[in-house]
Design a protein around this ligand. Structure first.
Ligand code: WTA
Length: 660
């Protein structure tokens, strides 16, 4: 991975191609600047105009922004809306009814297409089915599903009846699922027998069984099971129901439940620097507005596009840019069940070719691993595929290093597709800082400029603005419609985590560091400034992994740090002290394996430490504080040049160099 020095020196500039600019929704920098100026002139008026023009309201709003209870901001609060209505019904009367909404491709490359009319019908069946089970407005429903039309329909069905969904990524363990079910107080879980990825069947239903058997999930009445592969599963009579039975004989129409704009559309759990994952709560109206606007602005979506976002619906990207945004603008999108490396690492390019994708949105980790694969095997190199349908590329989830950016630009975009490097977070609901493809000149490794209406800035520790050219703390100064509303069940933590008093209590703290270019004002994100790791674009708290490790009866103490990794951006390195003597040789390898499996069970396979190092102790100051900065140096395999005079036990450092 390139470090910040490389980003600072980056001076290649790629202007949007002329024909892209000509047809773009936001065409040229003056158009971008005009929108920014409109927002600056009349902030509320700007958002109100866009919310009237881009959404269908059952009852129009008269209030725009309510700041009286800041930082618990409210947007369009007296308006009534339904998100599913805006994604589906709207497309039945505007000429899109017979347009393909979703092109679903299964792991083994079977393709299913559904039109907007058909998707509407399926979502209505689903919504009526949920209602028949007594699920109602305000209830929470956990969705633990594979990538599928049914997964998207489940989310839309909840939105249709005003139930708040909480999607849990299918890679999380039973324990993580149980914690989320309990915290959300969910009444039902929607799952599948298995998920199929890379030619393998991975369990889902049995993990739900385990999670619910762990106790505390008394609010759950039903488990609804989508039959994906007909795998052998256990069945709890009275609780478990097949999805096809729930859908059978349901009416084709389901009147949407009109909700207040502030009604919680979903809760999505994400890692923070302390404690358990937090349930990020999003509203309905403001969230959907931003999903629509960013589809139009950042993705320049047009009626004939074939749009493909490779994210999973278990993450925020799969919420905003699969389940909601593309449908709300009537787009045709690809939904993919499998993995980029099956049956080989040419799968993405093969799919772009077969489906004639025009917009492709993926994560830097995927790009980096596919670069490696393409370099190792000519047969799956992107040059073997016809990628000429592509007109726009996107990147999300982690910093993209300039080398990966250039490879993407040349080998996938053939130097004619702009790249939108979109910076945003679970909490922001949608893109915050990103080039506009028909306006902003792009610089590899920079997410460039804030979208219109987004008041991103860089400040110092006291909350004061820093001049361009200085690295600092990334903040957003004014509330925006798609922002997080609160942390479910924990408003105090919401205030502390995002609107701390030290910064005046009113500006949003992203948790990332950033720097602005001295001349252009372009932003480059330098990474998290809290104890959150970003491994392959997946957010993980070091504390979470440490707690999982020390929950193992043989572990006395553990400290986890991130280590730069060429492919995954960061990798997890755990320093562990056992309650017994420090293991060496084969024993150390064996225990390291056991601990990895343990973490997979506690959190999920994505949280498995890549490296584990055993010591008799951890490097600590005389007051007993773990010196994490030394651990980061050790993890990188670098020599310690820092002052270690405050270190209680310097002899320990040598032990911690050896990894398992
Ligand atoms: C990081 C994912 C650099 C950042 C949408 C942020 C990025 C965290 C970018 C949020 C980008 C996301 N450039 N870093 N374009 N996009 N990040 O909540 O550290 O899963 O705080 O949302 O990912 O991760 P989350």
């Amino acid at each position: 991975m390139a470090d910040i020095e490389t980003f600072k020196q980056e001076n290649r500039v790629f202007a949007p191609p002329a024909d892209f600019v000509k047809n773009a929704t936001i065409s040229g920098m003056p158009a971008y600047e005009a929108l920014c100026a409109e927002a600056e002139r009349d902030y509320e008026g700007f958002w109100a105009r866009l919310a009237r023009e881009n959404l269908q309201w059952q009852k129009p709003f008269t209030k725009v922004l309510n700041e009286t209870d800041a930082p618990f901001y409210k947007w369009f609060e007296d308006g009534k809306i339904n998100v599913s209505y805006n994604c589906l019904d709207v497309n039945l009367s505007n000429g899109n009814a017979d347009k393909t909404a979703v092109v679903f491709e299964s792991d083994d490359a079977k393709v299913t297409r559904v039109t907007y009319r058909e998707l509407h019908r399926r979502v209505c069946h689903f919504a009526n089915g949920l209602k028949s089970l007594g699920v109602k407005k305000g209830d929470r429903v956990v969705i633990y599903m594979p990538m599928s039309i049914e997964g998207v329909a489940a989310m839309q069905a909840c939105a249709r009846i005003g139930a708040t969904h909480s999607v849990v990524f299918g890679g999380f363990s039973a324990k993580s699922l149980q914690e989320r079910v309990i915290d959300a107080g969910a009444v039902a879980v929607i799952t599948a027998d298995v998920q199929v990825r890379g030619g393998k069947q991975l369990p889902l239903k049995s993990i739900v069984d385990d999670a619910l058997a762990m106790g505390g999930c008394d609010t759950i009445r039903n488990v609804i099971v989508y039959k994906r592969a007909g795998a052998d599963i256990n069945w709890v009579e009275g609780r478990d129901l097949w999805l096809h039975d729930v859908l059978a004989n349901q009416a084709d129409e389901c009147e949407p439940e009109w909700v207040d704009a502030e009604h919680p559309l979903f809760i999505l759990y994400t890692s923070g620097s302390t404690g358990k994952p937090k349930g990020v709560q999003h509203a309905s109206g403001g969230y959907l507005l931003w999903a629509v606007l960013t589809m139009k602005w950042t993705f320049d979506i047009k009626p004939n596009d074939v749009y493909w976002c490779t994210a999973d619906i278990g993450w925020i990207t799969g919420h905003t840019y699969i389940a909601y945004g593309p449908l709300a603008v009537g787009a045709t999108q690809i939904v993919f069940e499998g993995v980029p490396t099956y049956p080989n690492a040419g799968r993405f390019w093969d799919m772009v070719q077969r489906h004639k994708a025009t917009i492709f949105y993926t994560a830097p980790t995927a790009i980096r691993s596919l670069i490696k694969a393409a370099e190792a095997d000519e047969k799956i190199h992107p040059k073997q595929y016809d990628l000429s349908s592509l007109r726009l590329l996107g990147s999300v989830g982690e910093p993209i290093n300039p080398e990966a950016w250039m490879w993407y630009y040349k080998n996938i975009g053939h130097e004619k597709c702009p790249i939108v490097d979109t910076f945003w977070q679970t909490e922001t609901g949608g893109h915050m800082i990103s080039p506009l493809p028909g306006a902003t000149p792009q610089v590899p490794g920079s997410c460039t400029l804030p979208l219109p209406g987004i008041t991103a800035a860089i400040v110092d520790e006291t909350g004061h603005d820093l001049p361009n050219g200085n690295g600092g703390i990334l903040v957003v100064k004014r509330p925006w419609p798609a922002m997080i509303r609160t942390i479910w069940n924990d408003p105090e933590r919401f205030k502390k985590a995002y609107f701390p008093e030290e910064f005046g209590g009113k500006i949003y703290l992203a948790g990332d560091g950033a720097i602005r270019n001295k001349d252009t004002g372009y932003f480059t994100i330098t990474g998290r400034i809290d104890d959150v790791l970003n491994v392959s674009g997946h957010r993980m708290g070091t504390m979470e992994i440490e707690s999982a490790l020390v929950a193992n009866p043989i572990v006395a103490e553990a400290a986890v740090v991130g280590k730069p990794d060429e492919t995954t951006g960061e990798s997890i390195c755990a320093f562990v002290v056992l309650k017994r003597a420090r293991p060496t040789g084969d024993e150390a390898k064996q225990i390291a394996k056991e601990l990895r499996d343990w973490v997979a069970k506690e959190i999920g396979p994505i949280a498995k430490p890549k490296e584990i190092r055993f010591g008799d102790n951890l490097p600590k100051t005389r007051s007993g504080k773990i010196m994490r900065r030394l651990l980061r140096v050790l993890a990188k395999g670098e020599d310690i040049t820092q002052d270690i005079s405050t270190l209680e036990n310097p002899a320990i450092l040598d032990q911690l160099k050896e990894s398992q």
